[in-house]
Design a protein around this ligand. Structure first.
Ligand code: 13P
Length: 249
């Protein structure tokens, strides 16, 4: 069985140290399902303070990293630096990185390989735009995003990857995928992994859903057999994040 996974992607939030403190308090005081793996991804400035102040059951993730160990790469953080600081996870390939910062699937693959070599675990994001969905290209787009990564990795690398299916049209829009849409996309990803990597990797890899997940819609989504958790944006900054962590409880 795959362990349920809930990630909070804070993006470029919260806006102040004071708000960060109140978020930590909410997370530390709540009752959370010990069967669920919980990871929060704050801006890099807050990674170490959050790692120190959060209860030990909640891990932290970086929102990005570069594909080199060190050197003249102004503005970047390396996997080695994150690992050395005790940060276990990094989110890679988020649609905002792909769109706003022009990251190609090839760059995402290089970063994923570098992160795994640097002993980080990776939350790898994939997903189609509305236009691509309407053109019936969802599986093609997602498979090609994944194929770039598959080519760069060995089979054993997959034990340290969580795939986040995040349809671009659902991110920050309030338009959540229906549980049937999420299940279909997740099952397609699992079928792709079976063919492109191996049946064992397809069976064991967690595939989580992201895009306008809330306390109100998480339970229904979580009942689907191929939905192994969530990557939550906006709602991870609110007390309702606790209800999403506890979706399976
Ligand atoms: P929202 O939950 O705000 O739609 O964001 C989803 C997301 O991008 C998580 O990475």
């Amino acid at each position: 069985p795959r362990q349920f996974f809930v990630g909070g992607n804070f993006k470029m939030n919260p806006a102040s140290l004071e708000q960060k403190r109140s978020l930590v308090k909410v997370l530390n005081d709540a009752e959370i399902d010990s069967a669920t793996e919980v990871v929060v991804a704050p801006p890099s400035l807050y990674l170490l303070p959050l790692k120190e102040s959060l209860r030990k059951e909640i891990q932290v993730a970086a929102q990005n990293c570069y594909c080199k160990v060190s050197g003249a790469f102004t503005g970047e953080i390396s996997p080695a630096q994150l690992a050395d600081a005790g940060v276990p996870y990094v989110i890679l390939g988020h649609s905002e990185r792909r769109t706003l910062f022009h990251e190609t699937s090839e760059l995402v693959a290089l970063k994923t390989k570098a992160a795994l070599e640097g002993h980080l675990k990776v939350i790898l994001c994939v997903g189609e735009t509305l236009e691509e969905r309407e053109a019936g290209k969802t599986a093609d787009v997602v498979n090609s995003q994944l194929r770039a990564v598959v080519s760069a990795l060995k089979e054993s690398d997959w034990s340290n990857i969580v795939i986040a299916y995040e349809p671009v049209w659902a991110i920050g829009t309030g338009k959540v995928a229906t549980s049937a849409q999420a299940q279909e996309a997740h099952a397609d990803i699992r079928a792709f992994l079976k063919e492109a990597v191996s049946p064992a990797v397809s069976e064991s890899t967690r595939i989580i859903y992201g895009g306008s997940v809330t306390a109100a819609n998480c339970k229904e989504l979580s009942t689907r057999p191929d939905v192994d958790g969530f990557l939550v944006g906006g709602a991870s900054l609110k007390p309702e994040f606790i209800d999403i962590i506890n979706a399976k409880k």
